[in-house]
Design a protein around this ligand. Sequence first.
Ligand code: CUA
Length: 157
Amino acid sequence: MHLHKYEKIWLTLGIASLIVFLSVVGVSAFSQNHTPAGGMETIDPKKVNETAPFDNPGVTQLDDDTYQATIVAMAFGYNAPELRVPVGKEVIFKVTSTDVVHSFTIDNTKVNMMVVPGRITTKSYTFEKPGTYLILCNEYCGTGHHMMYTEIEVYEE
Ligand code: CUA
């Protein structure tokens, strides 16, 4: 098979850049210890409502400075009654899905997680300002996707 000189150069550059970019991704993933978002905790998506802590969704206080918000995502909404947390305290969000892939995105914050059935997605966040924050689904999940939202109230103690 005969390859034209320019074609060889082009192929060499293409393969070389592929190797460089894949190496960058691989090396940084291992050296910085990247894991899938929210860790590796699993859950049976058919038994979410019977499995702690999702059998009792909502906000619970863990200690003086830490709260846990447990939320079940489903088409098309979030089961999380009375989402209220104090400002300046660590909130550990634990979210899972009972059906398809959703997201848990809190507007104007860095909280933006994928919610995958069978997995528990966890993210810790401390609100700096009081107010009402919009929580919405960023992952197209079906015909009611655009109606999938809720709110969290961050209050001053
Ligand atoms: Cu849930 Cu989009």
